[in-house]
Design a protein around this ligand. Sequence first.
Ligand code: SAH
Length: 457
Amino acid sequence: MPDYEKELILKQERVGQLLSGLVPVVEPIIGADDPYHYRNKVHAALGIERGRIVAGTYEPGTHKIIDGGGNGLENETAVEVINDIVKIATKYHMSIYNEKTGQGFLRRILVRTADATGQMLVVVVVTDHMFPGKKNFVKTLVGKHPEITSIVININKRTDSMILGDKSEVCYGPGFITDELLGKKFTISAESFYQINRKQAEKLYSKAIEYAALSKSNRVLDAYCGTGTIGICMSDHCSSVTGVELNPKAVSDAGHNIRKNNATNVKVIKADATKYMNENAASGMFDVVVLDPPREGTTPEFIKACAKISPSRIVYVSCNPETLARDLKLFAGEGYKAVNACPVDMFSGTEHVETVVLLSKGIDISAGKLRVEISVEDMDLSAAHGNASYNKIKKHVYEKTGLQVSNLNIAQIKRKYGIIERENYNLPKSENSKQPNCTPEKEKAIVAALQYFKMIG
Ligand code: SAH
């Protein structure tokens, strides 16, 4: 079994186990079409090893730089840019920063890419605002890599582990790049927070939008909103979005993104999410609450105040299933039960897994009926085999016939045509329960899609 397939199964199982008893169903994990080279932010420290300039990440717990290439998860062009900067620095005998002595000039490189637009931002971190040969450096680099649309020099004299210093100077292009998520535009500068894996972020946000089931009259709260990405992506489907975010830089970036998208029904408030909820609990002015807290999860007070606001749906986007499970228990205590959950693999090649959960009031998932089902067979591992994903097949079927087919329908037809090697997997727990068979009409449409994607002859 390819490694990525195993990784997805492990992630699915981990989320399933942690949420067992809290969620009636964990949907099949949404995997990546390409589990490699997804990181759109690549960072390298520079140093000298055996008389040679090297660039890479520090070996954990040491000051030794692991030279070049990265770990296969980074954007490949970004890695090439870093390697070429090393070549330029070598050719021009540039002085390289020494971590131990604090001496030297060229310190780090940060490359950010906007996959949707192809734009690239290079941040060159140095220790002094005097950059000898800067013009030549820029000319040579852009000559080698015309895809670079902006270069920023950042001055960092700090001795701590902060990557960037406080002062920056734009020396080529506008100093930022623009990427797109679900058709909305987002500005990325040297420091701004932005999802590392753009393609998977779109899938994550789409799932959150699906769970939010928005109607045009809905007022949405986007708590822990960062630069406003989720709220802006939801803004066409609802009446208003209020974002809440603590980091002032993220709040000002969110303002920029709102203007860029002309999202006039979105506003972002700089506040602690819990404090904001407490202050607004009495007014009950939100129909849908979305929260996307950091790894520590949210607070018991947030959950209490959220229940007082009494939204009809809560969408919890979590980057840590442990704190998610803890928070779901508290939500259940306030009358909000999880009705659906879906892991999304945002960070292949790492142990991290993101999960989207839909919570709602008054749905009875009493112990007898509650079952967490991990149906490995239904997991969308197609991409790992080089096949079209379930979503692609669904979309194709819908576009050609107007029929909505489920993962289960597709799995049934794939099994019938021998595409799923069932022997490899345990039988899903649901195998003996009644599963509606695919109608002949749907079967015909799915077969046509499988032929279209050349998965069957
Ligand atoms: N939803 C965004 C960002 C999620 S990351 C996205 O998808 O891009 C979590 C965000 O929560 C960060 O931007 C962080 O600054 C913010 N945050 C952390 N603690 C907070 C708090 N107590 N109140 C409000 N926001 C907080």
